[in-house]
Each structure stands twice: as structure tokens, then as C-alpha cells.
Design a protein around this ligand. Structure first.
Ligand SMILES: [Zn+2]
Length: 424
């Protein structure tokens, strides 16, 4: 017979968290629990507003064995990335970042007309176009057909595929081994991490170079960037854990650069473990030492994050409620994926942020997921002259403030929500 005590015990059982996607250990330590949120890159149109939307948990765990910070794959990657609204070329600073990368890689590794560069998750050709201009042969691999079509139209050959070990083997068999493999902001979005990293190694020529850029977990923690956690990002990496993952797949990390992009990213350079060139640079040890000092080498080091995040929420909501009580108008700028996490976790809707704007025409006329805050063309700001403009893609705040200096004419002020609500 089931007693009341048994029932309570059953109810007390935690949601099963599953196993680490890299090392397979049982996940039992919470990094942060951000509640429920819809998929962040699905922007409903006006006719879709009366339909229901599916919310998924944003409960992030840290693995006690390899310290990979991770989220379950609540929605299959195929369903998320096959028709994606993100076009890299809509950000000027990101284009400059891509061009400067291509020039640096060309100079450092002597890439020329006999070289072959592959970018995994090549988006709309925003990066490979600069190699094309430098006469380097390229191939983009991009799962979203609508985005890949834009790349092809620009003269960047692109395959519409998800990358993994099998595709890498097929490419090598058809003579497509690479001198340079680029993966920018893709590693976090890979559900089968081992298959993906295994594929990267297969694709590399014996002395080929792999570069991966991803948001740095250390910066995410230090700068409170909890809104970069969303369902499309399954994993969050320190260099410490990245080195372990690379080593498990016969790759050796030989250099790392700390970048300002996406709130603080790493650019990791790796090669085959047995490669004759590419001596390990002191930067690798330096970054790992910083991570160890910040506590990323023990599970306890990850556990303070939840409190920090809550403090950020309270400050932002306090500011918005005060503005509303004073009768000030508040609009948003940008409709990045990260806004879904921020707005849902903080419980902010149209009552506190009237509308937002975005330069991407694919988002204009649509609505933010869940909150249904409308997205307009940036001209709307000039028309309505809001008192406060909340910059949702805070990683582009300098670029946005430069473009929108004219809001000062009517006394408009910029607000950045993270690391702590600040009026600029
Ligand atoms: Zn693990």
C-alpha cells in the first residue's frame, strides 16, 4: 500500500538530469535554474499570436567530473537550426571581426591559392567571403537552407548539412581535407559533442589548424551574462574542459586568444596531437590558471552563480517598475536570442517594455517569443521618442549607442541590463 510518506518521498525526487554529453557522468549539480522559457529564435507572426507556445526548462547543470556546464537537448537541434532567423551579416562589428580573423589566419599560417578552408556553421558566408577575396578555396557547411542560400548567392560554396564524423569522412574521401577548419559560435550548439569534435579532427590535414570561437564560461560567470544561456546553447565551455575534450579526440590545443566578442569569448587553436608544427604557446597555461583561480576546477566554484543572477534580475525589474510608475516610456533595441531568457527569467512583458526594434528585416513585423513584445523597424524609435532604450544585445552596446546618438536630442537614455541594470 502507498502511504502518504511514500508519496512525499516520490514528490521530493528531483527531475532526472541525465548524463554529461562529453564524459557520461551522472549530472547532479545545478549551475543555475532560470525557470521556463520558449525557444528563443522562433519569432511568431501576427497570425500565430493566438496559438500556444511550448516552454522548456532552462535548468543548467555542471558535471562533477569534467566541469562541462550543460543544458539538456529539450528540442532536437534539427528542429531548431533547419530554418534559422539569424543572419551574421546584419552586424557591422561582427563583419569587421570576421575580416580581421581571415587576414590574421592568412598571414600566420601562410594560406594562399593552394589552401582550403572549411567553416562549420558558415551562416550567410559572412566570414568565408573574406577568404574568397584572398583567393583561398573555401567550403561552408550550414544546416539552415534559407541562410545557406544567401551565402551561395555571394559566391561562397555552401553545403546544407549538419556537421559530424560521417560528413567529415565523406569530405576527406572526396579530397576535401582542410588546411584550416573554422568553427565560430557553433560548439555550444552541438548536441553530440563527441561526434562533432571527432569530425573536426578527421577533416584536418596532418598539419592543419582548427580554430574554435565560443563564449568563455569564465566571463559568463564574472560578468553575469546569464542571458547567453538558452535552449539553442547546449554547452558552456571553460578552456580547462575544452582541452580535455580536444585531447579525448586526438587534438592538441596550442594557442588561445581572449576576445571581447559575445561578452568575452575564447579563440582556441588546435591541431592533430601528432602534428609536427604548432608548439604550445604560454597563453594556454595562463588562461587555465585564471580559471583555476576563479574556482572552475571544483564543483563548489560554480555554485555561487545562481545568487548573482537573482541580484541582476531584482535590479533590472526595480528600474523598470520605477520608470513605469514615473510615466516614462521604455522601448527595447534589438531582438537577439538572448532577450528571451532575460525577459522570461525576469518576468518582463509589454507592460514594462512597450516594443523593440531590429535591423534584421526577417524579424520586423514579428514578435518576441512568449512575451509577444512587437519588433519594429528602427525608425520607430525616432517616431515615438522613448525616454529609455534598453539595449538587449548588450554585447553590441558601443555600436548601437554610436548609431543612435540622436536619442539624446529628446533626452532619451540608454539602459544596459547586464551585468547590472545601468543607465548610460
Ligand atoms: Zn562530464
Amino acid at each position: 500500500m502507498t502511504t502518504a510518506t511514500d508519496l512525499f518521498q516520490e514528490l521530493d525526487v528531483q527531475t532526472p538530469a541525465g548524463n554529461c554529453r562529453f564524459c557520461g557522468a551522472n549530472l547532479q549539480h545545478t549551475f543555475v535554474d532560470l525557470g521556463m522559457s520558449p525557444l528563443c529564435e522562433t519569432y511568431p507572426s501576427a497570425t500565430e499570436l493566438n496559438r500556444g507556445e511550448t516552454y522548456y526548462p532552462l535548468h543548467v547543470y555542471v558535471c562533477e567530473k569534467c566541469f562541462l556546464v550543460q543544458l539538456d537537448e529539450y528540442e532536437r537541434a534539427e528542429n531548431i537550426f533547419s530554418d534559422y532567423a539569424y543572419f551574421s551579416s546584419y552586424s557591422d562589428s561582427w563583419l569587421r571581426h570576421a575580416e580581421s580573423y581571415c587576414e590574421k589566419m592568412r598571414a600566420r599560417f601562410g594560406l594562399g591559392k593552394d589552401s582550403f578552408a572549411v567553416e562549420v556553421a558558415s551562416n550567410d558566408g559572412y566570414l568565408l567571403q573574406y577568404f574568397v577575396q584572398r583567393n583561398v578555396r573555401v567550403l561552408g557547411i550550414e544546416p539552415a537552407a534559407n541562410v545557406a542560400m544567401v551565402a551561395v548567392a555571394k559566391g561562397v560554396p555552401t553545403m546544407v548539412k549538419f556537421f559530424g564524423a560521417q560528413l567529415a569522412a565523406e569530405l576527406v574521401e572526396t579530397g576535401h581535407s582542410a588546411d584550416l577548419v573554422v568553427g565560430n559560435n557553433v560548439l555550444a550548439q552541438v548536441p553530440d559533442l563527441n561526434d562533432f569534435v571527432g569530425g573536426l579532427k578527421i577533416l584536418l590535414k596532418p598539419n592543419g589548424v582548427l580554430t574554435l570561437e565560443f563564449p568563455h564560461l569564465l566571463k559568463l560567470i564574472e560578468r553575469n551574462e546569464f542571458d547567453t544561456i538558452y535552449h539553442e546553447h547546449f554547452s558552456y565551455f571553460s578552456l580547462l574542459t575544452t582541452v580535455k575534450i580536444m585531447e579525448a579526440h586526438g587534438l592538441r590545443v596550442f594557442d588561445v586568444e581572449e576576445l571581447q566578442s559575445h561578452g568575452g569569448s575564447l579563440r582556441v587553436f588546435a591541431c592533430r596531437a601528432e602534428a609536427e608544427s604548432h608548439a604550445v604557446e604560454p597563453s594556454v597555461v595562463r588562461v587555465i590558471e585564471n580559471e583555476l583561480r576563479a574556482g572552475l576546477g571544483t564543483v563548489d566554484g560554480y555554485k555561487k552563480f545562481g545568487q548573482q543572477v537573482k541580484a541582476t534580475k531584482l535590479a533590472l525589474v526595480e528600474f523598470l517598475i520605477k520608470a513605469a510608475r514615473e510615466g516614462k516610456s521604455v522601448a527595447g533595441y534589438g531582438a537577439p536570442g538572448k532577450s528571451a531568457t532575460l525577459l522570461h527569467y525576469c518576468g518582463i512583458g509589454k507592460d514594462l517594455i512597450e516594443y523593440t526594434v531590429d535591423r534584421n528585416p526577417h524579424k520586423q513585423g514579428r514578435f518576441l517569443p512568449g512575451t509577444h513584445i512587437p519588433i519594429y523597424h528602427p525608425n520607430r524609435i525616432q517616431e515615438t521618442k522613448p525616454d529609455y532604450l534598453v539595449i538587449l544585445p548588450w554585447n553590441l552596446q558601443n555600436e548601437i549607442m554610436e548609431q543612435l546618438q540622436h536619442i539624446r536630442e529628446w533626452g532619451g537614455r540608454f539602459v544596459v541590463p547586464i551585468p547590472r541594470a545601468t543607465i548610460l
